[in-house]
Design a protein around this ligand. Structure first.
Ligand SMILES: C[S@@+](CC[C@H](N)C(=O)[O-])C[C@H]1O[C@@H](n2cnc3c(N)ncnc32)[C@H](O)[C@@H]1O
Length: 259
């Protein structure tokens, strides 16, 4: 990565708070079965550290599955929204913090999971942190919602959103590279499908919540939204919704036992 690419990436990963409203309104959740698989299909209640928790999309699913969750998020605006959304929950603890310096004691987490966030972490620092906080045989997991662009209009939507040139906005280009390091077993992967129902406002919010659209000029944003409206007009149902298909890409590995 060149210094310019590194700078752009650092700027983009800190951008989400500026679009917290759009993010919370329009980003998809995760199907419970995908999260369950990622955690190793536990039968017991786990202590789960969720890293890069954002406004709590994945946090809510983890809580609904009955787990105790420590949600870690570096952006104060995103964390505040998470606390407003879920802060009352008795099984939730929240912390301002990063993947590279987790505010969690050694060997105390049954699982560490990141939704749509693992590609923002510095692996040289974040992977040892995951290893440190996990119990022996604990699970590390990373999951991404990627739009299913086998449908032509969905692929075209990605083109309008600029993803073909933006380099990994959804994490898809890092999906082939997911590795948790030598302290873990080989990575296993699985895919799950789901569909998000969005009205026109939510489609706009979805477009404006991407890390690389947040910094665009207003005129560029308007042109993008007009192109999206033109593309999607035939796909709206009589309820004025589109049904956007997603594939959830899930990766997991177990922490090797300490000597
Ligand atoms: C695309 S959002 C995903 C939020 C949430 N997990 C979800 O699924 O909706 C990525 C999140 O990762 C956070 N993030 C970026 N760099 C991070 C880092 N180094 N450590 C922890 N979180 C980070 C961002 O602040 C942002 O909230």
């Amino acid at each position: 990565m060149t210094p310019t690419e590194r700078h752009n990436r650092a700027t983009r990963r800190q951008a989400f708070g500026a679009a917290v409203e759009e993010y919370d309104k329009a980003r998809p959740s995760y199907p419970g079965e995908a999260v369950d698989w990622s955690l190793g299909q536990p039968t017991d209640q786990l202590k789960v550290v969720e890293v890069g928790a954002g406004t709590g999309k994945l946090t809510r699913v983890l809580l609904d599955l009955g787990h105790d969750v420590i949600a870690v998020e570096p952006d104060g605006t995103m964390l505040e929204r998470l606390r407003n959304n879920l802060g009352h929950h008795p099984q939730l603890d929240t912390h301002l913090g990063t993947a590279e310096d987790l505010p969690v004691p050694d060997g105390t987490a049954d699982a560490v999971i990141a939704g749509q966030a693992f590609h923002w972490f510095e692996p040289g620092l974040a992977l040892p942190e995951m290893e440190r906080v996990l119990v022996d045989d604990g699970t590390a997991a990373a999951i991404w919602n990627t739009r299913d662009d086998s449908e032509r209009w969905v692929a075209e939507m990605g083109r309008i959103l600029g993803e073909s040139t933006s380099g990994g906005a959804t994490g898809r280009n890092v999906v082939d590279e997911v590795a948790f390091g030598s302290g873990f077993t080989a990575v296993e992967s699985a895919q799950f499908r789901h569909t998000q129902h969005l009205n026109r406002h939510a489609v706009h919010a979805l477009a404006l919540s991407r890390s690389y659209t947040i910094g665009m000029r207003e005129s560029e944003k308007e042109a993008m939204l007009t192109a999206l409206d033109d593309l999607l007009r035939p796909n709206f149902t009589t309820d004025d919704e589109i049904r956007l298909p997603y594939i959830v890409e899930c990766f997991r590995a177990l922490r090797l036992s300490r000597p």
